[in-house]
Ligand binder design. Structure first.
Ligand code: PLP
Length: 389
């Protein structure tokens, strides 16, 4: 028997991938499955982005790039950050990484070890907790409550900070809830953090432009008082429908930049070069496809919320961001994961049980509306028929 280090027995998973595998297997066996489980846009990457990658390859961009990313790609991120946040960052603080996840991997690895504590949202993206446990740090859940519109509460978050806290993970707009934390709450949080200068912040802003009803995403970058301890995670996956390209970026404070650069040198060397050219085209090219996708998501969001609220025992607040609804299913009498499993097996609808996003996810399921209006309506009908059985 090979003896790996204990950390590998503590590492978790993202159940969305397991559900996707099961749903795909069922579909391949001939079952009609509607997949509302997956967290990726159901649109194709816009054509001009694909063309830019092909052109880069034909132009001979097949080699290593700097570990931090091509300067041109980092400069594109600088332009994009300026246009979405109004904040000018330096390309010397921008890292290009293979997706959004490597930023959370690196940030959590930098601050987690036995004896330290890391705060993360619950319900929240499951990899936060998994990686915290991997490092041996104590995971401290920050409750994300329905009665609060699934936003962070500054007061509750601050109350969980101890002298052992090393990192606070924020996420807005949020997976799995679609919650958006309002400006006044972030202002309160930043003010409160002044008393805790030992706490670094990782703000996961990967859904930054995915907001609705005039709601505006507030970037932590807009608070210069925390810039020297702020890591902002972002990327191409969601906004430009590029999940499989593995293209992410993050903005790091001066004091951490060389550490992440060295981790990249040791681990993945660089992100593949043609994808980095595609990333520039995504940022600088026409945004019509992004706007089209967002209009489609907005329409589906309304259909999903209305449909879910028509189901017996189900209530769903209107999500303000991302492409997820997080309905409360407590009135159905079902445990969330059992309901998700039964819906896949018996109704052919793939969804994710709330507990896959943390203990406070019990009583909820995540519904991704990255699927056509027609399929969403069929799924609601099937869930309704199942619940009335
Ligand atoms: N952060 C959040 C909140 C996400 O929902 C996801 C993907 O689902 C990621 C990060 C990871 O993105 P990527 O696929 O680019 O690694």
């Amino acid at each position: 028997m090979l003896q790996t280090i204990d950390a590998f027995d503590r590492i978790g998973e993202e159940n969305a991938f397991a559900v996707l595998a099961r749903a795909t297997a069922l579909a391949q066996s001939g079952k009609d499955i509607i997949n509302l489980g997956i967290g990726q846009p159901d649109f194709r990457t816009p054509e001009h982005i694909v063309e830019a990658a092909i052109k880069a390859l034909k132009d001979g961009h097949h080699g290593y790039t700097p570990a931090t990313g091509l300067l041109a790609t980092r400069e594109a991120v600088v332009r994009r950050t300026l246009s979405t946040t109004g904040v000018e960052v330096s390309p010397e603080n921008v890292m290009i990484l293979p997706g959004g996840k490597p930023t959370m991997f690196a940030a959590i690895l930098m601050f987690g070890q036995p004896g330290t504590e890391i705060l993360y949202p619950d319900p929240g993206f499951p990899i936060y907790r998994s990686m915290i446990e991997f490092t041996g740090a104590k995971p401290v859940p920050v409750p994300i409550r329905e009665e609060n519109g699934f936003a962070f509460s500054a007061e509750e978050t601050l109350s969980l900070i101890t002298p052992q806290t090393r990192l606070l993970i924020l996420n807005s707009p949020a997976n799995p809830t679609g919650g958006v934390t309002p400006r006044e709450e972030i202002e309160k949080l930043v003010k409160g953090l002044e008393a805790h200068p030992h706490v670094a912040i990782m703000s996961d802003e990967i859904y930054d432009v995915m907001t609705y009803d005039g709601e505006k995403h507030v970037s932590l970058l807009q608070f210069p008082e925390v810039r020297d301890r702020l890591i902002v995670l972002n990327g191409w996956s969601k906004t430009w429908a590029m999940t499989g390209w593995r293209m992410g970026w993050s903005i790091w404070p001066d004091q951490l930049y060389d550490k992440i650069r060295k981790l990249a040198v040791n681990c993945w060397s660089c992100v593949n070069a043609p994808a980095q050219f595609a990333g520039i085209a995504a940022i600088d090219g026409p945004q019509d496809d992004v706007e089209k996708m967002m209009r489609a998501f907005d329409n589906r969001r309304k259909i999903v919320v209305e449909g879910l609220n028509s189901l017996p025992g189900v209530s769903c607040i209107t999500p303000k961001g991302a492409f997820y609804a997080f309905p409360n299913i407590k009135g159905t009498g079902w445990k969330a994961k059992q309901l998700a499993n039964a819906l896949l097996d018996e109704a052919g609808v793939a969804l994710i049980g709330g507990p896959d996003f943390g203990v406070l996810g019990e009583g909820y399921i995540r519904v991704s509306y990255a699927n056509s209006e027609e399929n969403i309506l069929r799924a609601i009908e099937r869930i309704g028929a199942f619940l009335q059985k």
